[in-house]
Design a protein around this ligand. Structure first.
Ligand code: NBP
Length: 470
């Protein structure tokens, strides 16, 4: 059995086992700990020839690690993460470092870091994106916490991470729970992109009558241009995949109810707390929830009729070009929402986030990687404190080129009765930002009318109240 391992990994499920093998593949000796034996057997099998070892006993696991120890935890968020930490504490020593790399809530990370610091232990939160393949071949890793503690594991994380333009997609993004906050927002953006792409699918299938082969070809074509991204790439592949059972396309056999593990909802909740709107992410979470009301949807379809066909008389090609541009605009507007939320969180929680670094490490390995992130990176290089992403001249030009098509698609879908709430929210977000004057003056008047909440005037300083019924 290998001893004096450079790193330990707890939880040898999909992510933990693959990440451990990835690390060991880069020459770092690694010990794994899993409470049930099946995954230890898999580690032994898959780790042949690599500097790996495994155990089902926490005491033995800790004893296998070089001091001061560094342990990566990859178990489900919540009670499992707490239970793993509790099981290790009796065997750890002052100065040891625990890194929770699961999708934990950032507030849990703050609580755990404070509790462990009181015992002389370092605790960091890291978000890993890229799924099974990313974990094995190179994910994007968003890390938060103590700078000196990170230096101890930096070579391991940078070696195991994806590379984009020769740079590792791993970085210490800021202090405290910033790694988990950034990962949460990454997932929120992921929810929104998936919903937007699903809406383009619905528009093309129900609206324009494209079949699965045609859909696959459209997404493949889009992936060669400005929309080049992981999610568009896999979408093209999904539409060409045959079902082994029926020989027909698999996508049509899948129930239309979209699951979730909560990170999208957390993003929405955090945005509400920070008073930073992320309407396209909100819409995406809401649509996953709505998708489960199948009985009620069927009843409403019977009552009101189900939408079909687009009212747009334009040719298919023109519609497809419009749809591509609309998606481009909506994706940029979604990145803008996510970045605004990160900026607000950084100010409120003192994370010290550098948004250029965030854009840089999202370029490879993660689910929301896309060619657009080069544009985001350039924008934050030009102006690190950019308050709203599309105030950058480069991003503004792209949105100017596309937003009329976004408007055309939203109106076409609305007239046809096709549901495109994520597209609608992106457009509404954009139009609200570019409104020099919003109707919030009326809301202030109403608040003052029924609740004497007072209002400010545009032509005088101070607060005012009117006896509206006099
Ligand atoms: P899996 O379900 O594949 O594996 C979970 C692991 O946690 C198993 O090894 C399991 O051990 C262990 N575990 C559990 Br469950 N409860 C435990 C407990 N109370 N004490 C000790 N060990 C426990 O999950 P995964 O997909 O590898 O996800 C791990 C983390 O990574 C999660 O936080 C997830 O949100 C995050 N993540 C997942 C993905 C993805 O695409 N899958 C991507 C990014 C992040 P056992 O074998 O004994 O049950």
């Amino acid at each position: 059995m290998i001893k004096n391992c450079e790193i330990g990994v707890v939880g040898l499920g999909v992510m933990g086992r693959n990440f451990l093998l990835n690390i060991a593949g880069h020459g770092f000796s690694a010990a794994g700990y899993n409470r049930t034996p099946e995954k230890l057997a898999l580690l032994k099998e898959e780790g042949k020839g690599l500097p790996v070892t495994g155990t089902g006993d926490p005491k033995e696991f800790v004893a296998l690690l070089r001091r001061p120890r560094a342990v990566i935890i990859l178990v489900p968020a919540g009670a499992a993460a707490d239970s793993v930490i509790e099981s290790l504490i009796p065997f750890l020593e002052k100065g040891d470092l625990l890194i929770d790399a699961g999708n934990s809530h950032y507030k849990d990370t703050e609580r755990r870091a404070a509790a462990l610091a009181a015992q002389g232990l370092f605790f960091m939160g890291a978000g890993i994106s890229g799924g099974e393949e990313g974990a094995r071949k190179g994910p994007s890793i968003m890390i938060g916490g103590d700078k000196n503690a990170y230096e101890r594991v930096r070579p391991i994380f940078e070696a195991a991470a994806a590379k984009a333009g020769g740079e590792p997609c791993a970085a210490l993004l800021g202090s405290g729970s910033s790694g988990h906050f950034v990962k949460m927002v990454h997932n929120g953006i992921e929810y929104a992109f998936m919903q937007l792409i699903a809406e383009t699918y619905d528009f093309m299938r129900r609206g324009l009558g494209l079949d699965n082969e045609e859909l696959s070809a459209v997404y493949s074509g889009w992936n060669k241009g400005e929309l080049n991204s992981y999610l568009i790439e896999i979408t093209a592949r999904i539409f060409s995949r045959a079902d082994e059972k029926t020989g027909k396309k698999l996508v049509d056999a899948i129930r239309d109810a979209a699951g979730q593990k909560g990170t999208g909802m957390w993003t929405t909740q955090a945005a509400l707390e920070l008073r930073t709107p992320v309407p396209t992410i909100d819409a995406a979470v809401a649509m996953r929830d709505l998708s489960f009301y199948e009985t009620e949807r069927a009843a409403a379809a019977g009552l009101f009729g189900t939408p079909a066909g687009t009212s747009d008389a334009d040719s298919g090609e023109k519609n497809l070009a419009r749809l591509r541009n609309a998606l481009h605009a909506a994706m940029l507007l979604t990145y803008a929402q996510g970045m605004a939320l990160l900026s607000a969180a950084s100010k409120k929680r003192g994370y010290g986030l550098d948004l250029e670094t965030v854009a840089r490490i999202w370029r490879g390995g993660c689910i929301i990687r896309s060619a657009m992130l080069e544009d985001l990176r350039s924008a934050y290089l030009r102006e690190p404190a950019l308050p709203v992403l599309f105030l950058d001249p480069g991003i503004a030009k792209k949105i100017k080129d596309c937003h009329e098509d976004l408007r055309a698609i939203v109106s076409s879908a609305a007239l046809a009765g096709l549901p495109v709430p994520a597209f609608m929210s992106a457009l509404g977000y954009f139009d609200a930002w570019r409104s020099g004057r919003l109707p919030a003056n009326l809301i202030q008047a109403q608040r003052d009318y029924f609740g004497a909440h007072t209002y400010e005037r545009t032509d005088a300083k101070g607060t005012f109240h009117t006896e509206w019924e006099k």
